[in-house]
Write a protein that binds this ligand. Structure first.
Ligand SMILES: C[S@@+](CC[C@H](N)C(=O)[O-])C[C@H]1O[C@@H](n2cnc3c(N)ncnc32)[C@H](O)[C@@H]1O
Length: 273
């Protein structure tokens, strides 16, 4: 039987989720929350959304918050998503390489979902750097959802998501394996070792970073955030980007603020001024 979500219960979730994650739920999202969370309430043996709210706020591990966010938002991602940005990066790479005295590259994939984005960055670099093995490359890949991070850490992907990639990239980056009678593609250890996956809430966790990044990807993450949350986060990103470094947003995202520190180069790519 479907459990009803009363307006005052929805208001509780709305306030909590905004404070904890920066996601602003409009009134219309009430139906979505009710629909997507009903199964969860049944699984937990809870009788009302008020009970679920208490359960959510008492779970200090953050696991339930992570579950809630996954249920109401999207984790959709894919390898080499936003093709125009990878084309742009091809032209930008020689200048980045030339600017390096040490062969060291640091990149942040913020809101990495199930890992396709950080692994794509590595596949891209492996493809374009002849001496890839000699570079010290680290990708910090963070997400608020422990479920998608577990998938990312496993590095195991469906054949249908990997086989459309250029053959050369597939061969160099994946091991083809049989799992329960299905073909899966497993990211090779030499790439996996270069990614540090971390559970991290972009809105409430402290910015603990000591060093800057050569580029930051935060694509298709801020779509649910309101203007203030987006503004604050972008401001924090700019403190971690040296002059000239790019910030990649999703193709449907654009900035109306930070014009004095970030310049639009096209395809939702912004350059630190
Ligand atoms: C649509 S996916 C985008 C994945 C990838 N960046 C891409 O463009 O393909 C959005 C991701 O942002 C994560 N996310 C949403 N709010 C977040 C927050 N406050 N802190 C960290 N990650 C968040 C979600 O869990 C989800 O995995």
């Amino acid at each position: 039987m479907e459990i009803e979500l009363r307006a005052e219960e929805f208001a509780l979730f709305r306030r909590y989720i905004y404070e904890k994650v920066g996601i602003s739920l409009s009134d219309q999202k009430s139906t979505l929350v009710k629909g997507r969370l009903n199964k969860r309430l049944n699984q937990l043996g809870l009788k009302s959304f008020r009970d679920y709210y208490d359960f959510l706020i008492q779970d200090l591990s953050g696991e339930e918050l992570s579950f809630f966010v996954s249920a109401i938002s999207t984790n959709v991602t894919s390898f080499f998503r936003e093709g125009a940005q990878w084309k742009w990066l091809e032209n930008y790479l020689p200048a980045l390489i030339a600017s390096k005295r040490e062969k060291k590259i640091r990149i942040w994939s913020a809101g990495c979902s199930s890992g396709e984005e950080p692994y794509t960055i590595l596949m891209f670099l492996q493809h374009h750097l002849n001496d890839f093995d000699q570079w010290d490359i680290k990708i910090l890949a963070t997400d608020i959802s422990s479920k998608v991070l577990a998938h990312a850490i496993s590095g195991s992907y469906d054949a249908k998501n990997v086989e459309p990639l250029p053959k050369e990239i597939v061969i160099r980056s994946f091991e083809k394996v049989q799992m329960d009678g299905l073909i899966r593609y497993q990211v090779k250890p030499h790439l996996k070792n270069k990614v540090m996956f971390r559970l991290y809430n972009l809105v409430t966790d402290p910015f603990f970073f000591k060093n800057s990044f050569d580029m930051i990807f935060c694509r298709n993450v801020m779509i649910y955030f309101d203007d203030i949350t987006r503004h604050n986060l972008i401001g924090r990103f700019t403190t971690l980007l040296p002059k000239g470094a790019p910030l990649f947003l999703g193709s449907s995202e654009s900035l109306t603020t930070h014009r004095e520190t970030l310049k639009l180069l096209g395809s939702s790519i912004y350059q630190r001024l």
